[in-house]
Design a protein around this ligand. Structure first.
Ligand SMILES: N[C@@H](CCC(=O)N[C@@H](CS)C(=O)NCC(=O)O)C(=O)O
Length: 210
């Protein structure tokens, strides 16, 4: 399989870690987002969303959208499980994932920040305030949605909500979000980072890291 990825992309982080946890071999193809490679014709033909990740299967099938890729991975390679089997428990984990993947990520995506600055004329400082506002809102919801007393978000083992958290925490630290109210999230993030499969998926471990 070939994974199109960018080192700092939080959506790529969650897919890389899932593939590492499941012990899958994959070739990494890097797309330089700040240079705009995601909008070039060749890549846009692979992923019309013009973003990373995209996963090309061995038969050439292309999967896009990180959460859809994660669902496919979970169905195809169920061991180790990243989602609970029970439908209600699964919906609860997915709801927490979506607080990050659907509520924080889209409004803080590179193209949105580019529009805020380049078209609407907002300063870098205003843009960072924007990002931190939505991260604060989303993390507040996320922290309420996860369990209060478990080593990881929903239990004794790392799962999909933890993967979403680790990726988003990279951005939270990068942009100086006040993590004071999010001690539980910091603790879980640190625990995740002790796992080798997580370490291999982090931005700093990627070949395109700068
Ligand atoms: N909803 C998509 C979003 C993909 C996406 O936009 N990823 C970001 C990186 S985290 C990106 O490539 N952004 C490029 C841009 O905004 O131009 C997913 O979850 O895969």
């Amino acid at each position: 399989m070939k994974l199109y990825s960018y080192w700092r992309s939080t959506t790529s982080v969650r897919v890389r870690i899932a593939m590492n946890l499941k012990g899958l071999d994959y070739e990494l193809e890097t797309i330089n987002l700040p240079k705009g490679e995601q909008r070039e014709d060749g890549y846009a033909a692979i992923n019309p969303i013009k973003g990373v990740p995209a996963l090309v299967l061995d038969d050439g099938t292309v999967l896009t959208q990180s959460m859809a890729i994660l669902t496919w991975l979970e169905t195809t390679y169920p061991d180790p499980a990243l989602l609970p089997a029970d439908p209600v428990a699964r919906a609860q984990v997915e709801a927490a994932c979506h607080a990050i993947a659907l509520d924080i990520h889209p409004v803080n995506n590179l193209k949105v920040l580019g529009y805020l600055k380049g078209v609407l004329g907002h300063s870098q400082e205003e843009t960072v305030t924007w990002m931190n506002h939505w991260m604060h809102e989303g993390f507040t919801a996320f922290q309420s949605l996860i369990r209060k007393d478990t080593p990881f978000c929903f239990g004794d083992e790392i799962g999909l909500a933890d993967l979403c958290l680790v990726g988003q925490m990279v951005n939270a630290k990068r942009w100086g979000l006040d993590l004071g109210p999010f001690g539980r999230l910091e603790e879980i993030d640190m625990r995740c980072r002790e796992i080798e499969a997580v370490q291999k998926g982090l931005p700093e471990a990627q070949p395109d890291a700068q």
